[in-house]
Design a protein around this ligand. Structure first.
Ligand code: MOS
Length: 734
């Protein structure tokens, strides 16, 4: 670390890196507890119907089995019947495990077996016999399109005259795309360890993106006072949206703990990771009209997505088509089709990762139809304001993404003719796409404390789902407080800490980072004041020259013990807690991150195989706090985008209404051998409006547009336009 520079902006290693690679970091299912009991979930084998009987006798006879919970003997729950919803809930009535005898989807938890160890619980679960009255079910979006309804989402109003302008446009594209359901599958499966305290309060280690959301959920559903529920998530092994809502293992573990007055852990199996939220299957229809110079005259984006029968899951699928490019005639439509499945859930760049497949593939088709280079077509249609909101962007360095991305990739060498480029026996395809994601900010709070040892401890209830939050908050705090990063520690993942939003939406740096910065700035002013009072010779020294390091205050060449600086303060420490919210300066502006992704594929037509050989992702996300962890976010997003393009697909046997490939053996994602070279560029983007850090967040932008860029590269390589994702071998073979 270069001491002469602020910590922010430097590629600092993860502060939790050593704990993670040495196994010291504990995840939700790894907390030991004397007398802990283990729960195993028994899932429904039908997709729709009624439970007539659950025969638990054989399971209960297994020595070591403490309990079998079903809808018949679960404890009474305060708000199981009403509509209390968690922070990321969809419209409708949330799924309640073990609520009644109705089966709403295949894989639904119908019983929890609790035993002295997990193996016993699973074995006993296999002895449970469930009799059903089976109803007919519908799980195929294509077969149920006739039963769709308008999504309960506030779409931007239509602008101009799409129909008239599209009909008259010299160049027209009309194309439909389909995308499959996908499941999050973080490395760490969902788990909850509920530690039952002697006073009846619960200390819970949960796999979640929001400890306070889980605390509030348990408070409402179980009618427990909040003081009796503490939810912790010190480390989270990936989540990607799967932890935005409390998942069913949490209430099941709590039910068992309350009923038995014992500590209980419930872990889901990998197969059970396919029994709750996911990215929904969609059908998208794009119509683009342009003039002979490539200027967009008319844009229409219609999407239909599947949802469950009990909730209407909505996300922003089509909005991007009304804002990414300049166009005055826009028509957007978004519909939902209820099926006998679980409700979909936000998954990394929810909506955008889907909608940009449609928009950016259609833009590539338009480029081909109008004979304009795909990058040039996008430059021609650059929008410096968000047409949906009628507001200028606070910043939008997307043109720099085109410039720097295409230069790094060597795009000018591209022969636009499909099938024109080869490497040995393989066809080479070069494709690109743009990306966009929101730059949001939420209310957040943080506490900063500086003690007589010279240690700065900053805390907020946010989580770190692998994004690097521990590290970037340490950097932001150290800079704002004037304390060395080595003396700075950030605490998170605990519902008892100052209020923070869910970790999601790429808004943790903007929201929690702003609170951390504010708290540490105020703390620094107090420290400086205390130092000046104690050491009068510092009265005229500039505040910026005060540096706290290794237990000393250093001002220019002089050194003062921190203990003496803090002599007069209570407990020999200073503490500040601050609440922040989005600034009023944002109101007149639209705020978003952008990207341009360039992809090289190598296609072997004899095998139908597609290798993503090279990717350049150029990202405009404001100021980057930590180039190392930010790059990792983009790398992960790019790899996932490759999977969306070529591999990922949750397959359902519609006869059984059941997911078939519910394992990582059959649910395909890219492995190391599938991934070629990935170059990440952050273009310079100054933004004084978006938030006080000028930093927009990088958790999601990395995935957006990647799948379209791969598809466009496959077209360039082969001359075949695959519009049905993923682009598997069978669709590539001539
Ligand atoms: Mo993200 S889908 O907001 O975890």
């Amino acid at each position: 670390m270069n001491r002469s520079q602020p910590a922010s902006g430097q590629p600092m290693d993860r502060v939790d890196g050593v704990a993670k690679v040495t196994g010291q970091a504990r995840y939700a299912a790894e907390y030991p507890q004397d007398g802990l009991l283990y729960g195993s979930v028994v899932s429904s084998s039908i997709a729709s119907g009624q439970v007539l009987n659950i025969d638990c006798a054989a399971a209960l006879q297994v020595p070591g089995v403490a309990l079998v919970l079903t809808h018949r003997n679960r404890p009474h729950l305060a708000s199981y019947d009403d509509s209390y919803s968690d922070q990321d809930a969809a419209e409708g009535s949330p799924f309640r495990p073990l609520y009644n005898d109705r089966v709403l989807y295949s894989g639904q938890p119908l019983a929890l077996v609790v035993a002295e160890n997990l193996e016993l619980a699973r074995y006993a679960g296999s002895l449970i016999k469930i009799d059903y009255l089976q109803d007919s079910h519908h799980t195929d979006l294509l077969a149920e399109l006739g039963n769709s309804h308008a999504a309960p989402a506030e779409l931007p109003k239509p602008r101009g005259d799409f129909q008239g302008q599209f009909a008259a446009a010299p160049v027209r594209i009309e194309a439909s795309y389909s995308t499959p359901s996908e499941h999050h599958n973080p490395m760490e499966p969902h788990a909850s360890t509920v530690i039952y305290q002697p006073d009846g309060s619960l200390e819970i280690h949960d796999k979640t993106q929001g400890t306070q959301n889980c605390q509030d959920y348990l408070h409402k559903v179980f009618d427990l006072p909040k003081e009796k529920i503490r939810v912790l998530a010190s480390f989270v092994g990936g989540a990607f949206g799967s932890g935005l809502r409390p998942q069913y293992q949490l209430p099941l573990a709590v039910m068992a703990a309350l009923k038995l007055k014992r500590s209980v852990r419930v872990t889901l199996t990998r197969q059970q990771m396919f029994t709750f939220g996911y990215r929904p299957r969609t059908l998208q229809r794009l119509r683009l009209g342009a003039d002979a110079e490539g200027r967009l005259l008319a844009v229409s984006h219609e999407a239909t997505a599947q949802t469950s029968r009990f909730e209407d899951f909505t996300e922003h699928v089509v909005e991007w088509s009304g804002m990414l490019y300049q166009c005055d005639n826009i028509a957007l439509d978004y519909r939902l089709t209820p099926l006998d499945v679980y409700t979909p859930l936000d998954m990394r760049a929810p909506g955008a990762a889907l909608g940009l497949i449609g928009l950016e593939c259609a833009m590539d088709e338009l480029a081909v139809a109008s004979g304009i280079d795909p990058v040039q077509l996008r430059r021609i249609n650059f929008a410096d304001s968000n047409g949906n909101e009628g507001k200028p962007y606070s910043s939008k360095e997307l043109q720099a993404c085109y410039d720097e991305g295409s230069a790094a990739f060597g795009w000018e060498q591209r022969n636009p003719e499909p099938r024109s480029m080869r490497q040995g026996h393989r066809l080479v395809g070069w494709g690109m796409a743009g990306g966009v994601w929101e730059a949001m900010q939420m209310k957040a709070s943080a506490k900063a404390r500086f003690d007589s040892q010279g240690k700065l401890t900053v805390s907020s209830a946010t989580t770190d789902i692998g994004t690097g939050t521990y590290t970037v908050m340490t950097q932001i705090a150290a800079d704002a407080a004037g304390v060395a990063v080595e003396d700075t520690r950030f605490l998170l993942g605990d519902s008892s800490l100052p209020t923070a939003p869910l970790q999601g939406g790429s808004f943790t740096v903007s929201s929690v980072g702003s609170a951390v910065r504010q708290a540490c700035l105020v703390l620094r002013a107090k420290l400086v004041q205390a130092a000046r009072e104690r050491f009068p010779e510092l009265a005229n020294a500039e505040q910026e020259t005060f540096v706290f390091e290794g237990g000393s205050l250093k001002v220019d060449a002089h050194c003062y013990p921190v203990a003496e600086v803090l002599e007069a303060s209570d407990d020999g420490a200073l503490e500040v807690q601050i609440d922040t919210e989005p600034g009023a300066q944002r109101e007149g502006f639209a705020t978003a991150t952008h990207s341009a992704v360039f992809v090289e594929v190598l296609v072997d037509e004899a095998l139908g195989s597609v290798r993503v050989n090279r990717v350049v992702s150029a990202v405009a996300a404001g100021r980057v706090i930590n180039p190392k962890t930010a790059r990792s976010q983009i790398l992960g997003g790019v790899v996932w985008g490759m999977g969306m393009a070529l591999q990922e697909e949750t397959q359902t046997d519609h006869t059984l209404g059941r997911i078939m490939n519910h394992s990582l053996a059959e649910y395909h994602i890219p492995v190391n051998a599938d991934v070629g070279d990935i170059q990440v560029l952050f273009v310079r983007e100054e933004d004084e409006i978006v938030n006080e850090l000028g930093s927009k967040g990088v958790g999601e932008i990395g995935i957006v547009g990647v799948a379209a860029a791969v598809a466009n590269a496959v077209y360039h390589a082969t001359g075949r336009r695959v519009r049905e994702f993923p682009i598997t071998l069978d669709k590539v073979l001539p």
